[in-house]
Design a protein around this ligand. Structure first.
Ligand code: FES
Ligand SMILES: [Fe+2]
Length: 457
């Protein structure tokens, strides 16, 4: 073994070793390092630009332990500022979203415009301020980095980061599969779904790429979808889902092909090929997509795809389309913010179908998400109960199918992952999670080594 951090995350495919120590899901000290190095020390997803369409629109998001106020100013530029007053530190904006030309601090009424500039210090003339005070900058404090990829806004509280384009690397081509579905990009449909679960954020991180759990955790959803399709009981408005879902049943496995791809910086995707079916909201524009994007890219747009941009963004297009943001609150508490995303300009029937499918599968009161959350919470209970062994065995499935570099399908799409696994719908590759943990251990790095000295065995 090399570095001490490999006491927690041990990935040596050549030696057929792939394991993760369960303490990373419950240790407060590790959680604190994740906040420092991942969520407050590098690029994280903030919002879609389309959530701030008009001048003076604002949106408050969380980055690690900080609240960040996103504002579109009068010149249409988007800025990102700590949501805290330079005067005595009060929260500037107490509501999540809206439109305001001026934000007035509730404590002593200093005011700030939508560019974050201080517009007034109440009672300035009578305040006996020093010349030194007058020379200070009283504006809201911007975060260190803010950049956008095709309307997806990312920010970093640390200036010590590579450019966003290189951070995203080849996953840009996978984001394009979503954002290029319309020439005008994508939009979030009205309504935000926010929920919490009593479990570590990395359970959600892993689960989105976990094909192995589907037939165990979601039989209710699968049975209802099948019954609706085969017994003429479809009064749900979600027609067509069974055709896609059918491809991930064990019986259909020999006909299916897909896999996982792991990228630099912790990003990963699980995908499954499939035909273009009428129950897909994109079906109406399949010809336009083929002409505009070409056959390979337009085929991929219809594949089942769950993409994770490390550490906090997941875009899944499977039985509807969801954009999820993970916000860790404590080692055993996570907040999820989820939206239904869709190409701009989508027809009314396709939009209705997408929304009904979203409610059916992804809503926290839907047929799938609650089952996932129960599974995460069960893991967390298991971690706290401890167990006979610190190492978990849920990272080994797929190991002998793992290859370095791209598969033919990745090459066709013009991307070069670090690792790939190909198989049928039942392969349920688990080595892909190690992509996250390679970035995780690299970034927690020396702090993790120092923390671990003699403490974990
Ligand atoms: S804390 Fe904001 S004006 Fe005093
Ligand atoms: Fe699931």
């Amino acid at each position: 073994m090399g570095r001490i951090r490999e006491q927690l995350v041990d990935f040596r495919p050549a030696e057929q070793v792939s394991r993760v120590h369960r303490s990373i899901f419950s240790d407060q000290r590790i959680f604190d390092l994740e906040m420092k190095h991942l969520f407050e020390g590098g690029w994280v997803f903030l919002a879609l630009e389309s959530q701030l369409p008009e001048p003076n629109d604002f949106l408050v998001v969380r980055v690690g332990r900080h609240e960040i106020l996103l504002m579109r100013d009068a010149d249409h530029q988007i800025g990102a500022f700590y949501n805290t007053c330079p005067h005595r530190g009060a929260q500037i904006c107490p509501v999540r979203t809206g439109n305001k030309r001026l934000h007035v601090c509730p404590y002593h009424s200093w005011s700030f415009n939508s560019s974050g500039k201080n517009r007034a210090v109440k009672g300035r003339a009578s305040g006996a301020y020093s010349p030194a005070f007058e020379e200070q900058n009283h504006d809201l404090h911007p975060i260190a980095r803010l950049d956008s990829y095709k309307g997806l806004l990312f920010g970093s509280l640390s200036a010590d980061v590579e450019p966003l384009e290189s951070y995203l690397g080849d996953t840009r081509a996978l984001l394009d599969l979503c954002v290029d579905q319309s020439e005008d990009g994508i939009e979030i449909l009205p309504g935000t779904v926010t929920y919490t679960y009593r479990g570590n954020w990395k359970h959600q991180l892993e689960n989105s790429t976990d094909g192995y759990h589907v037939t165990s955790v979601h039989p209710t959803y699968m049975k209802i979808a099948r019954d609706r399709a085969t017994e003429g009981r479809d009064d749900s408005g979600v027609d067509g889902v069974w055709d896609r879902l059918n491809s991930i049943t064990e019986e259909k496995a020999p006909e299916s092909h897909g896999g996982t791809l792991g990228f630099e910086n912790g990003h990963a995707i699980v995908w499954l090929a499939g035909p273009k079916l009428p129950g897909h909201p994109l079906f109406e524009r399949r010809k336009e997509l083929e002409e505009r994007c070409g056959p390979v890219k337009s085929d991929w747009m219809f594949y089942l795809r769950n993409l994770t941009i490390f550490p906090n963004l997941q875009i899944a297009e499977n039985f509807s389309s969801i954009l999820r943001v993970m916000r860790p609150i404590a080692p055993d508490l996570t907040e999820m913010i989820a939206y239904c995303v869709a190409p701009k300009g989508e027809g009314a029937d396709a939009r209705r179908l997408r929304l009904r499918q979203f409610e059916d599968f992804f809503n926290p009161a839907g047929l799938a998400t609650p089952d996932d959350l129960v599974a995460y919470e069960g893991c967390q209970i298991g971690h706290h109960l401890g167990g006979p062994a610190g190492w978990l065995q849920g990272y080994e499935r797929g190991l002998t199918a793992l290859i370095d570099g791209p598969t033919d399908e990745a090459r066709e799409l013009g991307i070069e992952p670090l690792h790939a696994v190909n198989g049928d719908s039942q392969i349920g590759d688990e080595t892909v999670f190690q992509t996250h943990y390679e970035a995780w251990s690299e970034r927690l790095g020396p702090d993790l080594d120092a923390l671990l000295s003699g403490s974990v065995g």
